[in-house]
Design a binder for this molecule. Structure first.
Ligand SMILES: [Zn+2]
Ligand SMILES: [Zn+2]
Length: 310
């Protein structure tokens, strides 16, 4: 498999990129998988076959995390929003003593293709998210999707003040995963949920959960492996997942297109009928009713206490 990867590299094939999201990527969804831990029991150290095509090298991640920590003071506290507590929100998380890697933080595109990952050693800290975000700086990503975007974005703004090289990351738009948003506070859901973002279309941001459920099954054996075998096995599985995704991409995209067009036509027909009924009821021409509706919507929005966020 490693030889196959080297051959793919020579022919410029990219196993960890999505053809539908190249060169412009609409959304990247990031989440941690805590089931991908590995026990400390195996002390054997050998070189992995794959060095960084999928799982980033630990030394690069650690250097970055240390640099962020020297520049920005950690703010301890519980990650709460609404009535939920979020594990991805602890900047000062401690290491578990029996484990080496505590899990895997992964980034996937909106078509479910695996792009990058890193080993977590301190739970899901914001610095890991930041490191993954820096990996997409050159790929024109528009939305950066996270289940705790409401907490992560202020953190990024704070870090960008002291580390100017990270300021370009602010051009990505934060996107709160659509289904996770329902567990946040109402204000949070209105301001950050991907459902309310212009240009997001039907992106849910939850694609990473689909990959998580696949990779979690590998953890049954990988948790007992050596560091290098753990790295290689997960990379091989990720390559297999991506290959299947890329082979079926044309079918999935065609199905999605037909579904979206059908949904849009049904919605348009419904709205047109509603407008006709209103015009008949009021005995007014259509353009007049449309003018009233737009005017009313503008007034309602200007009176809304959350309007400053739009
Ligand atoms: Zn894609
Ligand atoms: Zn929130």
């Amino acid at each position: 498999m490693a030889c196959q990867y080297e051959c793919q590299k020579m022919t410029c094939e990219e196993p960890f990129s999505c053809p539908a999201s190249t060169p412009k990527m609409l959304a990247v969804s990031v989440d941690g998988n805590r089931k991908q831990y590995r026990f400390r029991q195996s002390q054997r150290i050998d070189e992995p076959l794959f060095k960084g095509p999928f799982i980033m090298e630990d030394s690069a991640v650690t250097d970055f995390v240390d640099k962020v920590r020297t520049n920005v003071k950690c703010t301890p506290g519980k990650g709460t929003c609404g009535t939920s507590q979020w594990s991805a929100d602890r900047e000062t998380a401690r290491r578990a003593s029996r484990l080496d890697e505590e899990g895997l933080e992964m980034a996937v595109c909106r078509h479910g293709v695996l792009l990058k990952a890193l080993n977590m050693f301190r739970g899901e800290i914001f610095a890991y998210l930041l490191f993954l975000e820096t990996q997409f700086q050159a790929t024109n990503v528009h939305f950066y999707c996270k289940d705790i975007a409401c907490k992560y974005w202020p953190y990024l703004e704070k870090v960008a003040k002291t580390m100017p090289e990270l300021r370009p990351l602010l051009s990505m738009q934060p996107f709160l995963l659509v289904m996770h948003a329902e567990a946040h506070s109402t204000k949070c859901e209105i301001v950050w949920s991907g459902r309310n973002l212009e240009g997001a279309g039907s992106t849910a941001g939850e694609e990473v959960e689909m990959v998580n459920s696949f990779l979690s099954r590998c953890a049954i054996t990988t948790k007992y492996m050596t560091k290098s075998a753990h790295n290689d096995m997960l990379t091989v599985h990720a390559m297999g997942w991506n290959r299947r995704k890329q082979e079926n991409l044309h079918v999935v995209l065609a199905k999605r297109y037909v579904k979206v067009i059908g949904h849009t036509i049904a919605m348009l027909e419904g709205e047109t009928q509603k407008m006709k009924d209103t015009c008949e009821e009021l005995g007014c021409p259509e353009d007049k009713v449309q003018q009233w509706t737009t005017h009313q919507a503008t007034i309602s929005l200007s009176r809304c206490p959350l309007s400053s966020y739009f």
